[in-house]
Design a protein around this ligand. Sequence first.
Ligand code: AMP
Length: 582
Amino acid sequence: MLEKVGEFYNMDKVIEEFESLTKDAGKVQRETLKRILEDNASAEYLQNLGLNGRTDPDSFKACVPMVTHKDLEPYIYKIIDGESSSILTGKPITTMSLSSGTTQGKPKYLPWNDELFETTMQIYKTSFAYRNREFPMKNGKALSFIYGSKQFKTKGGLVARTATSNLFRSPGYKHAMKALQSQCCSPDEVVFGPDFFQSLYCHLLCGLIFREEVQLVSSTFAHSIVHAFRTFEQVWEELCTDIREGVLTSRVTVPSIRMAMSKILKPNPELANLIHKECVGLSYCNWYGLIPELFPNAKYIYGIMTGSMEPYLKKLRHYAGEMLPLLTADYGSTEGWIAANVNPKLPPEMATYAVLPHIGYFEFIPLTELENDFFLCIDPNPVGLTEVKIGEEYEIVMTNPAGLYRYRLGDVVKVMGFHNSTPELKFVRRSSLLLNINIDKNTEKDLQLAVEAAAKFLAEERVEVVDFTSHVDLTTEPGHYVIFWEISGEASEKLLSECCNCLDKSFIDAGYTSSRKVNCIGPLELRVVRRGTFQKVLDHYLGLGTAVSQYKTPRCVGSSNSRVLQILCDNVVKNYLSTAFN
Ligand code: AMP
């Protein structure tokens, strides 16, 4: 346990500790692996692999196979079904986490335990310490757009909920957030409310009531912040009325939320008038600088802003105005945490994450090996944490204290440098190919760049892309890419046709362009969907148990994800076929 200064952790000590741990990251990795293997030596999974008490990296690599989630499912289902013996971990698992499921279409079950909570706190403390050195806060409150998800019991009686809900419900969470000056200004009833819109509305209301104290505006992923302020544009007058009269809108119907809010909401015409006046002014400039105007003491905006969140940066910057910095949060997954942002002054586009060598054992498959794996079916050979090379890309393999051993996470990262001897990673993309028909290979990042290029045309008519996704349509001969766009207003036919051509031209991968030229891939199709379509997609995932806090718009919707594809196709208002290669 770290020493505290008053109510808060001693941040100098946290930095000192991290600097020391990263000086010899290789040694710390070996110790971490030893600890994980010793703590879980009695687990059925490890017992069957013939380690016989050995805990060194070479024996570990020789005996333990690399796995994907699919390989572990038989073990995970035994746990879910209530077999109480040690299956993946020494201490039996009693709680399950659900991943967001937005990359694969359905949530995955993963073990959760106290050790994972501890690693989360290690990450939070580390990044906070570095952040607070550059952007100090004092007794601040946070307007945090966080949402607990529904929870349920599995067949075997285990509690299952999303990883973020497991975190928010952990006994030490609130206390730790207070010590990290990131205490959410909304009551628990709002965070754990059963209706997303009602919780979001009340988060906004609490933020306004405590506006002088709010020093941080945050969420797990940046998408939730953008979504929240887009909603604010729609409901600000209603919020002002509530504050003026001290009565919560009748649109919030959940009794526990109403009860909790009644303790906070008191008539305050002065505040209501002030916010009203500010909003009238803001609405004339398309809500530019909305966040610092409403929260004058906010020091920065905080949430994961890299990877699939990058497309929201433009809008977030618009809301943040010129002066309020955007700080990307840390790097992790439902499977476990990986790395912290210890260079908070870097803008999100340049952000890197320093791996914490004591929270898991990490291996890295060079991307070239991955290609061998794909084409030649040669088993990839990963390297250790301190053996990675600057400028190279790798897929991460994780061993964590919650029963995952040499687990392929499916993320590709690039090594940008080292913090002492631990690598600083840039998140590149999910490793799965996204768009592929012929010899073309386009990833999530390629799609994002194409959308960014085409969206520049829209700016001419002051319209923006609200959200987007893609689909490979093989029902036509030849197959073709379909891009779905939700846009913020009306754009002319001519402009949208230009956008469509630009999208087609912007996939610069040689496999795509050559296939397009000889018509092995048909013209790209841009389908514009009705306003609110992506909200429907979000609602669909919420219905499946995904928490808004972990939501990531799926950037490619396969035919197997028929419900989401249906939602998109049912809402198409216009479509365009590219003439770029005619
Ligand atoms: P989930 O477990 O469903 O919440 O999603 C975890 C995934 O989110 C990771 O495997 C990454 O693909 C992505 N992710 C998490 N943190 C970051 C980050 N800092 N930057 C980019 N992507 C991230």
